[in-house]
Write a protein that binds this ligand. Structure first.
Ligand code: PEP
Ligand code: MG
Length: 533
């Protein structure tokens, strides 16, 4: 057994089999002379995939029942579908290319056409095609894994982007280990929102693929090829963790009132629409931060107003009449979407990002605002703007918002009353928070960026993790000053950065008079316990 020390990104224990993450575009196109052999390779891979799926279906049926197992039966059917198989064989023979390339091209084509279909059933099949594609490619590329289901995979990679981690949502792995990610990056935040135990700072070796592993985030250790005793020990620890979580159940439905008798609004931070289930499951009193950019990161082109509206409406309706704060897109820096065609920058964190993009790409901004306003009819929606530094930005935003409302009025499209808030995440915003407070209905302090900009520490740089200290006196004073200025102006103020769930600071925040805390869904009951105890 090999024990390697890294840095914990997201807590929890995970055991499983290593799957070295390969970028999809790593599939090369090669010209093949021996086409018969290539066809044979493909048929063998297909047969192996079929056998694996039979085993996965059997195991899933034992563990979760036959409804779940049917997913894999459906995938097996695809492996016998003549149109699908013929299309792959045609690419191999017609273009005289390698089987991997043919599989990836055809699967992508099938995926695209299925995912565009109206019916939910066929859209769900698109995911199956992706799954089949992954399986066939891992067999053909010899990166085959002993993994029987995604739930037992530990993904290992040099580095992952936030959207790559979001891509795991359909087949959530048991854990993630990377070589070079920052503990404070958006990748880390996505892993935490999805509640996937994650460690970074481990030198990944390709030959580990398929080996058994334990991810112990309490010690920051990754154990390669652990012995039986060690696995049993960790499995017991996992049970203890579950017990601890059960203890917190008694805080479900309890009002979050602090020792001063003040009601604190305890909200959830979510990224993807599907995270709303976790927010509800963990008894969130609302959504304090919907990181709306993640929908854009998963898209291949600017999302249409209807798509955005559909997603926002779903979140708003699921939360019934509870508050939902939608933050407009915070694209840029580490959150890149190709179709935005953002140029490479020397200093991306301080560059063309978030509200700066929205104020220069007004049509993109207006599309999002229209969708948010329309969704507000279905519940209690507020809108919030990131990376604000100046009063003129808010005035410009309000002007655009007024125009959008006028357009909706002309079109006789309904919208509700939406409060306007800003994120306080730059020192400039803190220092002029008295002025900004006169312009908006609420503040939400983004301590992740506020730490980065106050301490001049790039949150993306893993080498600086030790210097990135959100508990720094300078950050705490900034929070205090913001709260005081907000309250003087009669508006509410919350914290939605990661610091909101730092239990060593909960009392300090209560003393400051903070009104709302917005945390990861899985942190809600812990924070409620701390506030109400
Ligand atoms: C923050 O900066 O604290 C915040 C909540 O925004 P993000 O982490 O998405 O930048
Ligand atoms: Mg931020």
């Amino acid at each position: 057994m090999q024990v390697l020390k890294g840095k914990t990104v997201c807590g929890g224990i995970a055991t499983g089999y290593i799957r070295i993450y390969e970028k999809e575009n790593a599939i090369e196109k090669r010209i093949i002379c021996d086409i018969d052999n290539e066809i044979l390779r493909f048929h063998k891979a297909k047969e192996t995939a079929f056998i694996q799926l039979t085993e996965v279906a059997r195991q899933t049926e034992c563990e979760y029942g036959n409804i779940q197992a049917e997913i894999f039966e459906a995938q097996k059917m695809l492996l016998t579908d003549e149109a699908f198989l013929d299309a792959i064989l045609e690419v191999i023979t017609g273009q005289k290319v390698n089987a991997e390339y043919a599989v990836s091209v055809i699967c992508e084509q099938f995926y695209d056409s299925f995912s565009k279909l109206e019916e939910e059933y066929f859209r769900a099949r698109a995911i199956d095609i992706k799954d089949i594609s992954d399986r066939l490619l891992s067999i053909l590329c010899n990166t085959e894994i002993k993994m029987l289901s995604a739930a037992s995979a530990i993904i290992m990679a040099y580095q992952l982007t936030p959207s790559q981690v979001m891509g795991f949502a359909e087949k959530k792995p048991a854990g993630i280990v990377t070589e070079n990610d920052s503990v404070h990056s958006h990748t880390a935040i996505v892993a935490k929102t999805m509640n996937i135990p994650m460690i970074t700072g481990i030198k990944i070796k390709k030959e580990w693929n398929g080996k058994q592993v334990v991810v112990d985030t309490e010690s920051g250790n990754v154990l390669i090829e652990p012995d039986k005793q060690t696995i049993t020990k960790y499995q017991n620890n996992m049970q203890c963790e579950q017990e601890k979580r059960k203890q917190l159940e008694k805080y479900r439905g309890v009002e979050t009132i602090n020792k001063y008798g003040k009601k604190i609004n305890l909200y959830a931070n979510i990224g993807d629409t599907s995270d709303v289930e976790s927010a509800i499951r963990n008894d969130a009193e609302g959504i304090g931060l919907l990181r709306s950019e993640f929908l854009y990161l998963q898209a291949k082109d600017y999302p249409k107003e209807e798509t955005l509206f559909f997603h926002y409406k779903k979140v708003v309706e699921s939360m019934k009449q509870k508050r939902v704060v939608i933050r407009t897109i915070d694209i840029g820096a580490d959150k890149q979407a190709d179709y935005f065609e953002l140029e490479q920058e020397t200093n991306p964190a301080m560059g063309y990002r978030a509200i700066r993009i929205c104020l220069t790409k007004e049509e993109v901004f207006k599309t999002q605002l229209r969708a948010i306003l329309r969704a507000s009819v279905y519940g209690n929606v507020d809108v919030m703007f990131p990376m604000i530094t100046s009063v003129w930005e808010i005035r410009k935003i309000k002007e655009i918002l007024r125009n959008v409302k006028k357009e909706l009025d002309v079109e006789k499209v309904a919208y509700g009353h939406v409060k306007i808030g800003i994120m306080i995440e730059t020192p400039a915003a803190v220092i002029i928070s008295d002025l900004l407070a006169g312009e908006v209905d609420f503040f939400s302090i983004g301590t992740n960026d506020l730490t980065q900009y106050t301490l001049a520490v790039d949150r993306q740089n893993p080498k600086l993790d030790a210097f990135y200290d959100s508990r720094h006196e300078a950050v705490l004073r900034m929070i205090h000053m913001t709260v005081e200025n907000a309250h003087k102006a009669g508006i509410t103020v919350g914290i939605c950065g990661e610091l909101a769930s730092d239990l060593t600071l909960t009392d300090t925040f209560m003393e400051f008079g903070i009104d709302d805390l917005s945390v990861l869904p899985t942190e809600i009951l812990k924070v409620r316990e701390k506030i109400t105890k």
